[in-house]
Design a protein around this ligand. Structure first.
Ligand SMILES: Cc1cc2nc3c(=O)[nH]c(=O)nc-3n(C[C@H](O)[C@H](O)[C@H](O)COP(=O)(O)OP(=O)(O)OC[C@H]3O[C@@H](n4cnc5c(N)ncnc54)[C@H](O)[C@@H]3O)c2cc1C
Length: 474
């Protein structure tokens, strides 16, 4: 018997394991092993996807973007490290003040905690991850000048010093177990008693514990709960959200923008078009996004088709778009956004009744569609991004068409946090309302997305949840 099993060692699990073990608890952290694709067959088999309940869900070509190893998906990240803004936590109660229309099918709620509650945990994370701004580049300087001339207030995006937070585990006493947790075990009272897992030799075993912290990221967390028959009366898997990140490109003929100089962590951002930052009257949507300009590295072959999507033949003088992008890549600059998406009951994750993984267990089924307000938010924000690029000297701008991203890089929901068991799955500490000993950390608990990256908030909430669990287990 150990005190706590932590499921998953991405940023959420690393922080939780560090805090729990540092407090003297015995902690075993199970981490699945990636296959050649960076994802583990039993944890992240490709889900099936459909747009609504009446549609047949089809297997997606690949798993969600991410990594199954110590460090998790943050190993692929910039890693930008943002605090959320006040609107993201108070979107429901401030909707009227923003002048925005709340769609009748959206279920927007305030978080049960505010930025004041999160601030000390953000402070701890920023110290531990050495968060700060990267030096400016010629491109970010150019875009800063353009933003100021539009009357906006540009700022350098905060970034963690390293993608790899696993240093927090050094000398912590956490026992790392290469294993995939396949079920959460409960006793006759319904409380957690242990986990079932498949070890490195593919033998199924069990481990007894007093509490489990599930830090498996959104889709694997929901799947593990449902495979363990933990449903919170049908609420597990609901209010699933995704950042439908989008880009707008601009060309600066004859200017070498220095694409090779820096990665996406060296970004300049503006927050004027985030949820609480502007009057939404008549716009038909709530929320928004920060807009960011960064050099996202050289144009690798796989990125060319995306950059060429939406290019007008008038811009390329009739040249084939992909060939034109290859020839002009040094003078193409990009602004990108991570727009809010409102929570909806019908956007959900459940277990697929047909499709199974290598061990014969149901894969996750994702039901996800964009709504009219998503399209209006995209129209509005992409015009502001284009305006920013034009102000900085772009001859012309273009954007790929809006497309739903059910398996994007930033996913949210499925185990919503709130004060009431009637309308949420976990409390503000990630404690499951009706399963003693079960704590969920990660963006599955977020009631809203926010218009910025999630990882620093995931880490801050995990620190807060683990600190509370230490108290609970005393
Ligand atoms: C390409 C990319 C770029 C990104 N850039 C940014 C950025 O710049 N800024 C930002 O804020 N966010 C960014 N993100 C998002 C961020 O990386 C994720 O939100 C964050 O990593 C989620 O942390 P997590 O610990 O909840 O989950 P993960 O990082 O996904 O880690 C979960 C871990 O749990 C393990 N696991 C799951 N199930 C089991 C199981 N049953 N048994 C054992 N182990 C299990 C997984 O193998 C994995 O290692 C990016 C994501 C991607 C993919």
């Amino acid at each position: 018997m150990v005190d706590v099993v932590v499921v998953g060692l991405g940023p959420a699990g690393i922080v939780a394991a560090h805090v729990l073990a540092s407090a003297g608890l015995s902690v075993v952290a199970a981490q699945a092993r990636a296959d050649a694709g960076g994802r583990a067959a039993l944890v992240s088999p490709a889900p099936t996807v459909r747009t609504h309940d009446a549609e047949e869900a089809l297997p997606h070509l690949s798993p969600q973007a991410g990594r199954d190893e110590i460090g998790g998906s943050k190993l692929l990240a910039a890693p930008q490290a943002y605090r959320l803004d006040e609107w993201s936590l108070r979107g429901r109660s401030t909707a009227d003040r923003c002048g925005g229309a709340l769609p009748t099918d959206a279920d927007l709620v305030d978080w049960p905690i505010g930025l004041d509650d999160l601030a000390p945990w953000y402070d701890l994370v920023e110290r531990a991850m050495a968060v700060g701004a990267r030096p400016p580049t010629p491109w970010t300087d150019r875009m800063s000048r353009a933003a100021r001339s539009l009357g906006w207030e540009p700022f350098a995006a905060p970034a963690a010093a390293s993608k790899d937070a696993s240093g927090l585990l050094d000398d912590s006493g956490v026992e790392i177990m290469p294993a995939t947790v396949t079920a959460l075990l409960r006793g006759s009272t319904g409380a957690i008693t242990g986990v079932e897992y498949v070890d490195a030799l593919e033998v199924t075993r069990t481990l007894a514990c007093r509490a489990v912290v599930v830090a498996a990221s959104v889709i694997p967390t929901v799947r593990l709960l449902l495979l363990s028959d933990i449903t919170a009366a049908g609420k597990v898997g609901r209010w699933f959200m995704s950042h439908n990140s989008f880009v707008v490109h601009g060309d600066f003929p004859g200017v070498d923008l220095g694409r090779r100089d820096a990665g996406p962590a060296s970004a300049v951002a503006v927050a004027e078009f985030e949820g609480g930052g502007f009057d939404h009257t008549g716009l038909g949507f709530l929320g928004g996004s920060i807009l960011q300009a960064a050099m996202t590295g050289p144009w690798t072959d796989d990125r060319v088709p995306g950059a060429a999507a939406g290019l007008d033949p008038a811009t390329t003088n009739g040249a084939e778009p992909e060939a034109w992008v290859r020839a002009n890549h040094a003078s193409i600059g990009t602004v990108w956004a991570q727009p809010d998406q409102l929570p909806r009951w019908d956007n959900a994750i459940d277990l697929d009744p047909v499709h199974r993984d290598a061990a014969g267990r149901p894969v996750a089924r994702v039901t996800f569609a964009l709504a009219d307000d998503d399209a209006r938010r995209w129209e509005f924000l992409s015009e502001r991004a284009a305006q920013w690029l034009r102000e900085s000297g772009a001859r012309t701008t273009w954007r790929p068409p809006l497309a739903a991203q059910p398996l994007g890089t930033h996913l949210y929901g499925g185990a919503r946090m709130g004060d009431s068991p009637e309308t949420s799955v976990v409390d503000s500490f990630g404690r499951f309302h009706d399963v003693p000993g079960l704590v969920i950390v990660g963006s599955s608990t977020f009631p809203t997305t926010g218009g910025r990256g999630p990882v620093e908030t995931i880490e801050a909430l995990s620190w807060r949840s683990a600190t509370q669990l230490v108290e609970d287990l005393r």
